[in-house]
Ligand binder design. Sequence first.
Ligand SMILES: [Zn+2]
Length: 455
Amino acid sequence: MALVAAPVLALVCSCGPAPSEPALPSETAAAPKPNLLVISIDTLRADRLGCYGYGRPTSPQIDRLAAEACVFDAAQSASSWTLPSMSTLMTGLSASTHRCTQLSSRLDPSQITLAEMLRDNGYDTAIVASHIFITTSFGLQQGYTHVDTSVVQDEQDITSHEVADRGIEWVTEQARALSRPTVQGLAADHRRAPWMLWLHFFDPHAPYLVHPGISEAFGTESDAERYDGEIAYTDLHVGRLLDALRASPDWNNTIIVIVADHGEEFGEHGHHGHGYSLHEECVRVPLIVRVPGLAARRVLEPVPTIDLVPTLLELTGTKWTHELPGLSLVPALSTGQQVPRRALSEVSWQARQDIRCVQAEGWKYFDFHLGEYDAELLFDKADDRAEHGNAFDAQPERGAQLREQLELELGRARRLSGGYRHQRPGALSPAEEARLSQLGYSGDESSGGVPKEKK
Ligand SMILES: [Zn+2]
């Protein structure tokens, strides 16, 4: 089925030829395409940001953007660790479709990324990776014309300042291109391709480091305190980047997304780190979308992060011809209304770990298999958002309904998977294995699937 999205650029931008300038007929017919800045922040829980109600000042810069954006209150990531979640953010496909679910998985080139589709629509595409999972080994650079992996970290490295610097360089260079001498009859935005820049910030990921001058305000003793300091440090540098864009002529024609790949557990359900479960603290992520010209609003209904790709395709007037399971969030961005959604999350990277969940109709249902432990879990998200009281035994009919919803989502994801080739998980190089081990991905797949607690 071919889907062609109508551009919503009338909402986006009033740029274009000034009335006194002569304009080519083709330029008067269409507004310039908006630029796109995607900021993904690793391991960032939504509930640790001010704009999501946190009481500590971790995020003044992100909050400032959120005040003029659409904030999705209950966005749910596709998994609870980086590779499957980022693969979903970049393809709009569920984990059971792209199958980047093991430590050594690689995105197959037959799967189409947002960057590829935008590139085919005339966009200049760039990415700054700060995580090993976004390097060429794992396939997620597919579709990017400009790739910067110079800030991929060692575990003790602090990189947000460098990622922001790369972004500022990009924004500055793009603005410079706009100010080059005018070609007679050509509007400024038509002298240069529209751009898409994806920046991945890493610092909130463990180990939780101390940032002198920032962390002290949050405390430096506990993991949770130092995690807050890491967020505040990242926020500071995200703010520098946003300030550079605010000062650029591109500000009024740039869509900005802030999102995370997954959250982090601090013992709420017995684990520390991520990749072990799919509870609220692990899969509720910030999703903030700023579209110039659209009013700020808040959308309370849960949305899955697979919806981001079709949303950005529609906003950029980009065509796609393959089936995407997500729905565009443009109605929510425009009016605050969104049709009810089913949000699927999956995690299965460890041996004998197979955990799937779906959030729908105000409930969240888990089909949970871990080692010797098998269970069905059901949580009332209205009364028990933190997911501490399993209501499955008390609500068997509701549980059966939600089980069916999960099966529907998984069935669709697996059917779509058949339309793609898949690379077999291969061997990691010793260097990759060492780096992943430093990041807490222990690779102890022979341990019977019992989560290894991260220190
Ligand atoms: Zn991550």
